[in-house]
Design a protein. Structure first.
Length: 149
């Protein structure tokens, strides 16, 4: 499971890197499709930075943190970071829809990736919890059988 999480987190970092490239470029963007889909408008808006830090750079750091947490099998921390990332990305999606009225293709990809990562993190956490619970029940059964003898 951790390699699947690593793969999606790396994909998220790449997509965020592409969005960061759009943030710093001034030319026509490959994702500028029409008046409703234009990464340049989104990534050059005032919503694309927090302080002086581009939102895409925060995304790269978040995805790389999830890579590290998955590699170290820190399931709870991964789930919490994925949830925070999902909430942050959802807020940005709402800004695209209601404040800007323009969508960024890279941002939508990132929203999909973080959604999958959150589901994977929750699933991995539940799977490990159930596996450990079964192991404890097995140990209890073994002790009960030994005590009967």
């Amino acid at each position: 499971m951790r390699y699947v999480v690593l793969l999606f987190a790396l994909a998220g970092a790449i997509v965020s890197g592409l969005a960061l490239q759009v943030h710093y470029s001034t030319g026509t963007q490959p994702c500028s499709i029409n008046e409703k889909w234009d990464c340049g408008i989104v990534n050059h808006s005032s919503f694309a930075v927090i302080g002086n830090v581009p939102v895409a750079a925060i995304g790269i750091l978040g995805y790389l943190a999830m890579c590290a947490l998955a590699f170290m099998r820190q399931r709870l921390a991964l789930m919490l970071v994925a949830f925070a990332g999902f909430c942050f990305a959802f807020r940005l999606t709402m800004i695209e829809q209601y404040a800007l009225g323009v969508w960024c293709l890279y941002c939508v990809y990132s929203q999909c990736i973080i959604s999958v990562l959150l589901l994977l993190a929750v699933g991995w956490h539940i799977y490990e919890y159930l596996r450990l619970r079964r192991a404890v029940e097995h140990v209890k059964e073994s002790f009960t059988a030994i005590n009967r003898d």
